[in-house]
Design a protein around this ligand. Structure first.
Ligand code: ADP
Ligand code: MG
Ligand code: MG
Length: 246
């Protein structure tokens, strides 16, 4: 479903991704780990089509189609969604209106039905109806921002959900609801590409079925199953890099 082939990406003239290859089948759950600055967010933003990240080599295929040159909206239409590491405040745009528009455009739902659906799903992520009338992320805590990203995902049910550190800057209670929501989406068939530093977000997911990629300096230097997550947590990246001669 997703094929990232020998990808080279630069930001403002600086090479960040240096020959990254990654393949995902429909419904799979992949985890990306790596030290700060190794290019994890760059990978996520490049797959989502952020204009600041320029592809210097390689390509990205989605469902067999070369999407390397596509804008973010075209990728979203094909079922790719990115939940941001640092969701931005959007002054003047109310959550409810934004989400209604998302549902009208992506699912063809009428606005009234969309409203009811949003309020219902929002409850699962601990948003009350009155919260939905606030501006997007304005004055929101870290946990609220990340939960709002997950609410969008629940409504859209993307084919591919990329999550960039959904567990960073959130309290334990938010962490559990975020983790549960990711698992729910995965069970309903969404393929997940999750960037994290911690195994806790993986909750009860079957470690055997996970594919874990370890990044260093813009490339994937090791891929394994879920046991890698716990190894990295206990031993750090150094040992793994040594093993693979990095
Ligand atoms: P990670 O998510 O693994 O911490 P990033 O992809 O955010 O890594 O960043 C990789 C490298 O690229 C870092 O050295 C970072 O400073 C640099 N970088 C990322 N985005 C930008 C940007 N917009 N402008 C300049 N440098 C950037
Ligand atoms: Mg980082
Ligand atoms: Mg990052």
């Amino acid at each position: 479903m997703l094929k990232v082939e020998n990808l080279y990406v630069s930001v403002e003239g600086r090479a960040i991704l240096k020959g990254l290859t990654l393949e995902m089948n429909p419904g799979e759950f992949h985890v990306v780990m790596g030290p700060n600055g190794s290019g994890k967010s760059t990978l996520a933003l490049t797959i989502a089509g952020h204009p600041r990240y320029s592809v210097e080599g390689g390509r990205i295929l989605f469902d067999g189609e070369d999407i390397t040159g596509f804008g973010p909206d075209e990728r979203a239409k094909r079922g790719i969604m990115l939940a941001f590491q640092h969701p931005h405040e959007v002054e003047g745009v109310r959550i409810i209106e934004f989400l209604q528009q998302v549902l009208v455009e992506t699912k063809g739902v009428d606005p009234v039905e969309a409203y009811d659906r949003i309020v219902k799903k929002a409850e699962e992520l601990w948003f009350r109806e009155e919260d939905l009338h606030r501006y997007v992320n304005v004055g929101f805590s870290g946990g609220e921002r990340k939960r709002l990203e997950l609410l969008q995902a629940l409504l859209i049910e993307p084919k591919l959900l990329i999550l960039d550190e959904p567990d960073s800057g959130v309290d334990v209670d938010s962490l559990s609801v975020i983790s549960r929501t990711i698992e729910e989406l995965h069970q309903r068939g969404t393929a997940v590409l999750l960037i994290t530093h911690y195994g806790r977000i993986l909750g009860h997911l079957d470690r055997e079925k996970l594919r874990v990629h370890v990044m260093k300096d813009g490339r994937i230097v090791k891929t394994g199953s879920g046991e890698l997550v716990e190894r990295i947590e206990s031993e750090g990246f150094g040992r793994i890099f040594e093993e693979v001669g990095e």
